[in-house]
Design a protein around this ligand. Structure first.
Ligand code: URP
Ligand code: ZN
Ligand code: ZN
Length: 487
């Protein structure tokens, strides 16, 4: 018996183990793990390198039309090529419903965009911005059953936000169907009120974006979202958490045994509000919501990554060029509230975390794997096919050179954004070879697969989406009064 491919003598690291061994691959699947495996048609010597499960970036905006009508700078080709060069082998991207859209039609569009372009595997979270009766009764339940088992809702942005009543409807449906709700938690009116005052005072520069989106907006909305989820006994995941205050609300809920999960992103570890204060509008490149905070917040977020408050490190790659197609679409000198929100980062997500997390002693290797691959796979219903190195799993692997040093600059990256907020930072550790279903996607910086060779991954209902088992007392009371289906 000959394997199609053997990865030989790697230091294989999963979320729980580290073993020096070989990995045998047949038909795109891992079929053996052990020492001195028989030879393969092809062999890759991984001696001296780590072998990790391929990265899963569970929060990316690719070929997405924003709520203000802007198309992202990355399509499914540039976005997935860039992801692959950084060690990511699966992305979850958003299929965004705008008001009036049918969810089914939205998904048809996004499938069409991705199918002929993606070079790695992908799935979609829906964005629910218009929870009409048709959406809630007809479309969404069926789509959840068909493998779209997570979706995002927004508590802010004029065109996207749901009110608390609608959030309750969404949570109740998610509970019933076993889906996971992702929440952009910021208090809309608080931001709007501050924005109006800042603009009236002539405080329009990008740096005021950070003033207009205070930590209180995040912590208040986070607490409120958790309360709404608790009432109807639904799990939830708070995305792109930026502050200690937001994190504390999550930690309190987790201590109470609630199924509250959390994601953070590189921008909250490596940028601060000062990065929004640059000449010639360049601070716009770092405008995202919630905004980067300060060094104390960065340290708090690092603690949350190591103590288990966060399960997921995603990029929230939201690619807008620094020109009239993106950040400056509303003019050359737009006020902060007219700057497209988002920063790029899907290629540097894993290298940044490895260099500054693992090599600086903040995280161990297993936690690195958990945060970048295994836990996202579990939370979003792809485990153990994705996020693991085990017999039967897809051979999605990244052979990692822990010694390579790289000085970051956009010219070395593969996205279509034109800048990186991390330019000039020297980091250590970079993927050497990246495999997706046994195919060598990237080797020594070279792309080796065809456009369109990535596959859509329908997802299971994640076990994380089991009910909390801790419904609010009033709901239990209603149940005792015979109102079984109240929620
Ligand atoms: O500013 C951000 N994070 N932009 C992307 C959209 C979102 O809310 O995730
Ligand atoms: Zn968001
Ligand atoms: Zn996002």
């Amino acid at each position: 018996m000959k394997f199609d491919l053997v990865i030989r003598d790697g230091n294989v690291v999963t979320a729980t183990e580290e073993v020096f061994c070989d990995i045998g691959i047949e038909g795109g699947t891992i079929t053996a793990i052990g020492k001195k495996l028989p030879s393969g048609e092809r062999e890759i010597d991984a001696n001296g390198d780590y072998v990790f499960p391929g990265g899963i970036d569970a929060h990316t905006h690719i070929e997405q039309i924003s709520s203000t009508g802007l198309m992202c700078a990355d399509d499914f080709y540039t976005g997935t090529v860039s992801a692959a060069h950084g060690g990511t082998t699966t992305i979850l991207s958003f299929a965004a419903q705008h008001k009036g859209d049918s969810l089914r039609a939205v998904l048809v569009d996004y499938h069409t965009r991705a199918k002929t372009k993606a070079v790695i595997d992908y799935g979609f979270h829906l964005i629910i911005s218009d929870p009409t009766e048709t959406v809630m009764k007809d479309e969404l339940p069926e789509l959840i059953r068909n493998g779209y088992t997570s979706f995002k809702v927004y508590m802010t942005y004029d065109a996207l936000k749901l009110d608390d009543y609608q959030m309750l409807d969404v949570f109740a449906l998610a509970r019933k169907e076993g889906a996971l709700t992702m929440i952009h938690a910021e208090n809309h009116d608080l931001i709007r009120w501050l924005t109006d005052r800042l603009l009236a005072a002539g405080a329009v520069a990008p740096k005021f974006h950070a003033v207009s989106h205070p930590r209180l907006a995040e912590s208040e909305a986070t607490s409120r979202a958790i309360s709404l989820a608790e009432l109807v006994d639904a799990p939830c995941l708070i995305v792109h958490v930026s502050s200690e205050e937001g994190m504390e609300a999550i930690r309190r809920a987790q201590r109470r045994g609630l199924k509250v999960f959390a994601e953070t992103c590189p921008q909250y570890l490596f940028l601060t509000a000062d990065d929004l204060d640059q000449p010639d509008m360049q601070g716009a490149m770092c405008c995202c919501s919630p905004p980067p905070r300060d060094e104390a917040s960065q340290e708090a977020i690092w603690r949350g990554l190591s103590d288990g408050t966060f399960q997921v490190l995603s990029s929230d790659h939201a690619p807008y060029r620094f020109d009239e197609t993106g950040k400056l679409a509303q003019g050359e000198d737009p006020p902060f509230n007219k700057i497209a929100n988002g920063v790029p980062g899907l290629e540097v997500r894993m290298p940044l975390l490895f260099s500054e997390g693992v090599l600086k002693g903040r995280l161990d290797l297993h936690r690195f794997v958990e945060l970048t691959s295994t836990r996202p796979a579990q939370l979003y219903g792809m485990f153990p096919r994705k996020g693991s190195i085990s017999v039967g799993a897809d051979a999605d692997l990244v052979i990692w050179d822990a010694h390579k040093t790289v000085t970051l600059g956009w010219e070395h990256l593969h996205d279509n954004v034109g800048y990186t907020p991390y330019a000039g930072r020297t980091i250590q550790g970079w993927p050497r070879t990246v495999l997706s279903r046994g195919r060598v996607v990237v080797d020594a910086g070279e792309l080796l697969v065809e456009k369109g060779s990535g596959e859509f991954i329908p997802r299971e209902k994640p076990s994380a989406a089991d009910p909390l088992g801790r419904e609010a007392a009033e709901v239990s009371l209603a149940r005792r009064f015979g109102l079984e289906d109240l929620w």
